[in-house]
Ligand binder design. Sequence first.
Ligand SMILES: Nc1nc2c(c(=O)[nH]1)N[C@H]1C(S)=C(S)[C@@H](COP(=O)(O)OP(=O)(O)OC[C@H]3O[C@@H](n4cnc5c(=O)[nH]c(N)nc54)[C@H](O)[C@@H]3O)O[C@H]1N2
Ligand SMILES: Nc1nc2c(c(=O)[nH]1)N[C@H]1C(S)=C(S)[C@@H](COP(=O)(O)OP(=O)(O)OC[C@H]3O[C@@H](n4cnc5c(=O)[nH]c(N)nc54)[C@H](O)[C@@H]3O)O[C@H]1N2
Ligand code: SF4
Ligand SMILES: [Mo]
Length: 709
Amino acid sequence: MTQTLTKMITQCPFCSVQCKMEVEEKRDELTGKTVYSVEGIPNAASEGRLCVKGKNSYQHALSRERLTHPMMRKNGVLTRVSWEEALDSIATRFRSIQAAHGADAVCLYGGGSLTNETAYLLGKFARIGLGTRYIDYNGRFCMSAAASAGVKAFGIDRGLTNQLADIALAEVIILAGTNISECQPTMMPYFTRAKENGAFIIVIDPRVTGTAEMADLHLQVKPGTDAALVNGLIKAVFDEGLVDRRFVENRTKGFEELKSHIDKLDLDAIAELTGVDKELIVKAAMAYGRAKTGMVFTARGVEQHADGHMTVRNFINLVLATGKIGKPGCGYGAVTGQGNGQGGREHGQKADQLPGYRLIENEQDRAYIASVWGVKPEELPGKGVSAYEMMEVIHRKEIKSMFVMGSNPIMSNPNAGLVEEGIKGLDYLVVADMFMSETAVLADVVLPVTAYIENTGTLTNLEGRVLLREAARPAPGEARDDWHILCELANRLGRGTYFKFEDSEQIFNELRVASRGGVADYYGITYDRLRKEEGVYWPCPSTDHPGAKRLFEQSFPQPEGRALFIPVVSEPVAEEVSAQYPLVLTNGRVLAHYLTGVQTRRSPMLAAKDIENFMEIHPETAAKYRIEDDSLVTIRSPRGTTIVRSKFSKSIRKDTLFVPMHWGDVQNVNNVTSPALDPVCRMPDFKVSAVQIEPFGEDFEEEGEYAIR
Ligand SMILES: Nc1nc2c(c(=O)[nH]1)N[C@H]1C(S)=C(S)[C@@H](COP(=O)(O)OP(=O)(O)OC[C@H]3O[C@@H](n4cnc5c(=O)[nH]c(N)nc54)[C@H](O)[C@@H]3O)O[C@H]1N2
Ligand SMILES: Nc1nc2c(c(=O)[nH]1)N[C@H]1C(S)=C(S)[C@@H](COP(=O)(O)OP(=O)(O)OC[C@H]3O[C@@H](n4cnc5c(=O)[nH]c(N)nc54)[C@H](O)[C@@H]3O)O[C@H]1N2
Ligand code: SF4
Ligand SMILES: [Mo]
């Protein structure tokens, strides 16, 4: 028998579906213990479903490891202090560092888990609290390729151009480098529904994932060659005369350039390069090209590359050439990652951005935001640099101090060795987190923040649907909301007049005005509406506007209303395999863990599902390198090494290894990943590194070849 103590309505803190749930706190009358049960709540996106992460997300929020009071390093040891002491000290140090080395000597590093209100305020705090140009966030590693491609091709970056409900109407669906079954599990039923309606599903992935298992056709591509593969798909579409001439003529620009580029390509060469049979390329192109309706989804598998921007542009080329957008059952979607991965990229925590998806280098945008903030446009700094480049500036000691809110950069940046060296060399590091993350342990000041279940704010899910999450539980100890910390700091920096907010709704109301007339226009969205409706889609320019569920029905927000084609020349991968580094390492996620694992590794049920990092390897490849199943393996690249456990799998390509990203220290896959950056969006080339492997404990010979012992 149990007795209900309290029922809390909240929203899962993890992925971009943003499932709503009820957490019930109960007393077990036999044992006297407090127990919890979790149920999904019907909501337009998740329809009441929850995955294993959401079901167990109360565990980390209630964990004894939560940070409950501020800490400052004294005599080398992080020591409990009052909020007053911590905040006074941060303001004093920031001021003195800026006085000695200039305003840009302090940088900010944000995240896509932060609410819209906090993301907005963090951008404002950087520009007019501290006056630094250096701010960026973890979404650079997440959404930047898709975002820049959407902006350039369509004139707008909203992850899905349609609502989830449209998926069931699609006759053909292409899922490229997206593992929905583990990464957005509660979205899977939208695809199974489409299948029940007869849809043909094509998955492009080097591995047979749970998502690929549902596919009618799986293109097991060689990592890093997707841009070429899409050229092949487009070529086959052209060869079969499956171009939507009317759409191309009336709604797009640049088709002829694309056509003359594609005409020069050879399908056999593309098949050879990508490792995908020509027949399968043609079959996929026929299925998609011939269907009346169809959708294309991409995610990090095709985006986290040095050519991520162009690869996404090519998928968009395919969508536009076949006219499959702006209609029911049609569309393109970049499957957003983090809980607020969408909103997090709209309100100004990006290096070059102001709220409403405005640009910090655009005079009109600067003037508008300066007028909302009550400052002169000249007071706003210029643009900074992307997340990994900020780490390089830190490494060069040009940035002396960093304030991290909502990220664990020491683990999630590529080339973790350089990043760690840089962060350890900072004069002053401040981290606001719920836990002692791998980055927080190095901080000079650690500030405890509230978790998802304890704070109020809005988050924008992968569809572009804004949702309100209200506090359902008191904060533990002295933990404070992120936005509150920023206001307190601004006050101590003498900038309090610009940060007079008493609750998150007041911040949202300023955000609404700041976004008004911008690409990501939230003006018509209010907390009241969000309480009454099941979320509201942006753009929503007025309070009587229903919100834009399906984009581009009439035109694209581009000059002449036309979307842009671009010829995509497939480049060789930034790091080719060699005799010394003969295998391709790619990486990604598993169902039970989330990103750097700071939260999920503190949830006993989730931690127990996978207790350490592993490497998926084909048994034939393993035999070649004398690696046994379930044994420790050293993976080495020019950047460093990581040690993980082998997991045999016949469902991965023989030339490819896959290692998840959820474990740190010696098991951090980013010890070996490549920091080559995409020239357009500055996305790192996470998904392709050339590596060598050996059973743990053995040495390589000088040349890197194995001696047969
Ligand atoms: N369980 C869980 N869910 C999550 C997260 C998590 O950490 N854990 N994180 C959230 C976040 S922030 C994000 S960004 C999303 C990420 O969501 P996804 O992008 O779906 O996740 P990944 O596992 O990184 O990569 C997807 C697939 O890309 C494949 N892949 C690797 N290299 C290539 C390539 O070169 N080409 C192609 N075509 N495919 C390739 C991998 O084998 C993998 O199956 O998930 C969100 N959801
Ligand atoms: N090798 C490799 N590396 C990758 C990727 C990959 O696929 N492969 N993916 C990249 C991607 S897509 C992403 S999104 C990044 C993510 O990289 P990170 O941002 O480093 O990931 P998280 O583990 O979510 O770290 C978030 C931290 O913020 C804390 N936190 C959570 N919510 C809040 C909050 O509301 N406020 C505050 N102050 N703190 C909070 C958490 O406790 C945690 O310590 O990693 C990237 N790195
Ligand atoms: S992790 Fe994503 S799919 Fe799973 S419950 Fe949370 S929001 Fe829903
Ligand atoms: Mo992400």
